[in-house]
Design a protein around this ligand. Structure first.
Ligand code: FAD
Length: 309
């Protein structure tokens, strides 16, 4: 007979692995699917300095520690990309390229991916001057000069945050007008250490071990100039990828999955956690908290289903 797991967790980042730990410790039969490295976005983060219990820890080390805990509990970890999740009915189907799995409940922990500039040296300087998260890495640039690319609300909030830490912040945007709310724009206009570089795009990155200079090009005249910076924050968008879910899953305008405070989606037996859902803050600690809540609620959900049989 085909095995049916209690929970299938899709995504082995902090939210998915924490959900796994809580599920296993509650006695549930759980499996985690991960298409890449355990730890998700954390595994590629240079340094984490805002996770309680570590003064500073490399992202890879933190990711490995969570994975070690998952492994010690004997939780099956399938290194497979899930390409379809069929959510209707009592039993859900998780399809990978070569195998299919069944589970009574699904936790979606797929995260969200950042949009890259897609220019040369971007990967080389990742964690060496380039960051995609001002809240996470802003503090490494105390009294330094940084630039931020973007023009939406998140970008401007991040510039405001950075302007209270860094000596100088360049705000680079490709249009002559910022997309962000006027109130956010005017809050920055009063800041002496913020310089707007509008109608420009970042076209080159240079430095030795660390990012030192960025080249910006005018979209009006094609003229180029160099800016000396210690850091560059890229904030041109980030989005969830929920296409693998078959079913009428409720999402907000930006595509993030809508859940209630118990991490339940509108689909029966389908929960969502971490960066993929419409949350107030996308950080490791909130992702882990979501995972813990979701597994606790899946436990209750499965008990209720059993009783109603
Ligand atoms: C550059 C950077 C630096 C950061 N620094 C910090 C920091 O210092 N402190 C902090 O608290 N937060 C930081 N964050 C935010 C933090 O990393 C995220 O909030 C957190 O990782 C979200 O966890 P998650 O489990 O929801 O998603 P993720 O960590 O994104 O994990 C999702 C996982 O799902 C997997 N997956 C996706 N699709 C599939 C599929 N179809 N099949 C199988 N697996 C799949 C992915 O491979 C990934 O491993 C940073 C983020 C970035 C991008």
């Amino acid at each position: 007979m085909e095995k049916i797991y209690d929970i299938a967790i899709i995504g082995g980042g902090p939210s998915g692995m924490t959900a796994g730990i809580y599920a296993k410790r509650a006695g549930l039969d759980v499996i985690i699917f991960e298409k890449s490295t355990p730890g998700g976005a954390v595994a590629s983060t240079f340094e984490v300095a805002n996770f309680p219990s570590f003064l500073k820890v490399s992202g890879m080390e933190l990711a490995s520690k969570i994975f070690e805990q998952v492994s010690n509990l004997g939780i099956p970890f399938e290194f497979e990309e899930v390409n379809k999740i069929i959510t209707d009915g009592e039993i859900k189907t998780v399809e990978c390229f070569k195998k299919t799995f069944k589970a009574r409940a699904v936790i979606l922990a797929l995260g969200a991916s950042v949009k890259l500039l897609n220019i040369e040296n971007e990967r080389k300087f990742l964690g060496r001057g380039i960051s995609y998260c001002a809240t996470c890495d802003g503090n490494f640039f105390k009294e330094k000069t940084v630039a931020l690319v973007g023009g939406g609300n998140t970008a401007l909030e991040d510039v405001f945050y950075l302007s209270n830490i860094a000596k100088k912040v360049y705000l680079i945007h490709r249009r002559d007008e910022l997309r962000a709310d006027k109130i956010l724009v005017s809050r920055l206009e009063g800041k002496e250490n913020v310089e707007f570089v509008l109608n420009h795009t970042v076209t080159a990155l240079s430095g030795n071990e660390h990012l030192e200079k960025i080249e910006v090009s005018s979209r009006l005249s094609n003229e180029k100039k160099m800016l000396d910076v210690d850091g560059l924050f890229v904030c041109i968008g980030r989005g969830p990828d929920t296409d693998i879910v078959v079913g009428d899953l409720k999402r907000n305008e930006a595509g993030y999955i809508i859940t209630d405070e118990n991490m339940k989606t509108n689909l029966d037996g389908v929960f969502a956690v971490g960066d993929i859902r419409n949350t107030q803050l996308r950080q490791i600690i909130t992702a882990c908290a979501d995972g813990a809540i979701a597994s606790t609620k899946v436990f209750e959900y499965l008990k209720t289903k059993e009783k109603s049989k």
